[in-house]
Design a protein around this ligand. Structure first.
Ligand SMILES: [Zn+2]
Length: 178
């Protein structure tokens, strides 16, 4: 099958400090990244490879509509996680199942990351009362931190990636000894 040419060039306007060292990054080249939309159609995005000027580690620019290592757009995954029975995402059952599993496995880790980021960046002036969280669903706990409005998944992913705390599913499972 012929690989389609990139339809979109992703070029972030803001300068993000390197997730590893917090220093600046320089452009090292580009890479094509495929992603599916809710109809299941594949689009190709050209994203930049950025190198940390301090340690040389490579980071890939992450547009808001993508989730690292996921083959569907963030919006699709968010729809399924928000309401797994009523959505219009054209993905097979095993993919949907994997997303739900992924979410369940990682949500506590993500919430922990977000809390520590918020505390450190002094957005934690009114810390969320954790003692009353026992009866809340994962989505409700997320809503308390980043709100339930659309794009909540992006609001989780973006700060965690920028802080270099995002985990690949596989490495997370490896670290648990599976
Ligand atoms: Zn670095």
């Amino acid at each position: 099958m012929k690989t389609p040419l990139p339809e979109f060039l992703v070029r972030g306007a803001e300068r993000i400090p390197s997730p590893c060292c917090g220093t600046s990054m320089k452009v090292m080249g580009t890479r094509d990244r495929k992603s599916k939309d809710s109809s299941g159609e594949t689009k190709v995005y050209n994203i930049r490879r950025l190198g940390c000027v301090n340690c040389g580690r490579i980071h890939h620019e992450l547009p808001d509509f993508l989730v690292p290592y996921k083959r569907y757009e963030a919006e699709c995954i968010e729809k399924v996680l928000t309401d797994s029975l009523h959505h219009d995402v054209a993905a097979d059952d095993s993919t949907l199942f994997r997303w739900l599993n992924w979410f369940t496995s990682f949500v506590d880790y993500w919430l922990g990351c977000l809390r520590s980021i918020m505390l450190r960046t002094s957005q934690g002036k009114n810390p969320v009362n954790l003692s009353s969280e026992g009866s809340l669903s994962a989505l409700q706990r997320i809503g308390r931190l980043v709100g339930n409005a659309p794009r909540w998944l992006t609001r989780i992913v973006r700060p965690i990636v920028n802080d270099n705390l995002w985990l690949h599913t596989r490495s997370a499972f490896l670290s648990e000894g599976n």
